[in-house]
Structures are given as C-alpha cells and as structure tokens.
Design a protein around this ligand. Structure first.
Ligand SMILES: Nc1nc2c(c(=O)[nH]1)N[C@H]1C(S)=C(S)[C@@H](COP(=O)(O)O)O[C@H]1N2
Ligand SMILES: [Mo]
Length: 241
C-alpha cells in the first residue's frame, strides 16, 4: 500500500509537488533517458514519494526495484549522534541502545525475498543487524509479556509481533540493507526486518519496542491487513510451540 503523504509538510525534502508533477508529465521514456546517476535518482524518488499526493511516483522506474513508503510527509533524519532505540514494557531491565551499542552486538545476515502487498518484490535482498531475540534476552522478558509493540520516529507507524514470532532467527533489528548502512529512505539508520512476512511488518525508522501482554494491531492492521503477515499465507495460530 502506498502511503498517504501530506503535501507541503514542513521540513520536507527539497522536491516540490510541482517538480513531481513535472517529472511525471515528462513521461517515463524521457525520465529513463535523463542523466541521473542511480543514487541521485533513488534519492529523488525517496524525496518525491514523500510529497507526492498522487501516489504516482510509485509508477516511476526505480533501478533498485524498491518503492519508498511513508505514511507521513516528512521524517526527521537520525544518525549516530541522535539515534536511540528504547526497549521497555514488561521487561526486567528497560534499556536504551545507541547505534554504537547495536553495532557492537553480534550481527546476523539474512538473505530473502522482499514482497509488498502492492505487488512489487525484490528477490534475494540481504539485511544485516542484531537478532531481535538477542535484544529480548538482553532486557529480559517478564510475565505476562507475550507480544511486542514497535514504534517509529516518524511519529506515526506502529507494528506488532508475538514473542514467538519475534524470537525467530530471521527477525532482525536491521542496520544494513544490501550490505550498506540503511539509508534514510529505507528506514535508516535502524528498521525492523521480518523476513518471513510481508514487508509492511518491517517497520522503518524503529525507535521503540515495548513488551505487552497482548498483540496490539499496528497501523496497517487497524486498516484491514492481517496481523500475521506470513508470506506463505500459513495459519500458524494452532502451532503448539
Ligand atoms: N515507519 C514506516 N514503516 C513502514 C512503512 C511506512 O509507511 N512507515 N511502510 C511499510 C510498507 S507497506 C512497506 S512495503 C515497506 C516499504 O519499505 P521501503 O520504503 O524501504 O521500500 O515498509 C513498511 N514499513
Ligand atoms: Mo507494503
């Protein structure tokens, strides 16, 4: 699902609506021939998709195969100087992790196919970061904790996982994507990565994890999406352990 960006949001990226519409008007052929370096083009798309109320930037060619989604018009940038991940709720010891803290923990690399419910996919995409299970062990989950609620520094997006899902070894607090530090447009410096589920479960700009006693539906789940976003469509609710 494409986001619902607010045009003209304060502090937005330096691409105006007129520029977006102008680029769209130029047509895909003209765009493809334009002398953009791939990085510059991806950055343009990332900026443009945040002010594009038409949703049409999703139709522009993106060399990486990804689209950049955000449900808000502008997201603050964070880096090693001001990023923090706060972990609390039903835990023995609430903790706050800086980017340096996360980088110092054991790193796990997972390569899997990224699928959005909108229909686009990017196969064999490597993500790397800290296993969410390691962070849970570090803070200590206490009774009656059974689920996690994720919050983001865009101030709006939320997600959820059961503890059982969160402890899988292919669920990461990701710092790298495609073997490079996560860029802002992809939710950097830190996003959730839930390999076995649709990409909406992988919350970008991750800033908070709270252990809860029940699953609290996330942003898209409140709007009709499955709380369990398994890519294979399996119903694992009945599974014993
Ligand atoms: N904070 C936040 N996380 C988010 C979203 C969002 O709008 N905001 N969109 C979700 C959806 S629907 C998808 S498909 C992916 C898109 O990730 P990308 O922008 O890196 O391609 O992020 C997911 N996580
Ligand atoms: Mo998505």
């Amino acid at each position: 699902m494409a986001g619902q960006p607010k045009p003209g949001a304060e502090g937005g990226p330096p691409v105006g609506r007129r520029a977006v519409l102008g680029m769209l008007g130029a047509g895909a052929a003209g765009l493809a021939a334009a002398p953009y370096l791939q990085r510059g083009w991806e950055n343009f798309l990332g900026a443009a998709s945040q002010v594009d109320a038409t949703g049409l930037t999703g139709l522009l060619p993106n060399p990486g195969g990804f689209r950049y989604y955000s449900i808000v018009g502008s997201v603050p940038r964070k880096d090693e100087t001001n990023y923090a991940l706060t972990v609390g709720g039903l835990v023995d010891e609430p903790k706050t992790y800086t980017l340096a803290d996360l980088r110092a923990m054991p790193q796990t690399r997972v390569v899997a196919d990224v699928l959005c419910t909108d229909g686009w996919r990017v196969d064999d995409t490597p993500f790397e970061g800290v296993k969410l299970a390691d962070i849970l062990d570090d803070v200590g989950v206490r009774s009656p904790g059974t689920a996690l609620r994720f919050t983001c520094f865009d101030g709006a997006y939320t997600e959820s996982l059961t503890l059982e899902q969160a402890r899988r070894s292919d669920v990461l607090v990701a710092l790298n994507m495609q073997d490079k530090p996560l860029i802002h447009e992809h939710g950097g410096p830190v996003r959730l990565y839930v390999a076995p589920m649709y990409f909406y479960k992988s919350a970008k700009w991750l800033s908070g994890i709270s252990v809860t006693d029940k699953v609290v539906p996330g942003f898209w789940e409140e709007r009709g999406y499955a709380i369990d976003g398994w890519l294979d469509g399996a119903d694992r609710h009945g599974d014993a352990a």
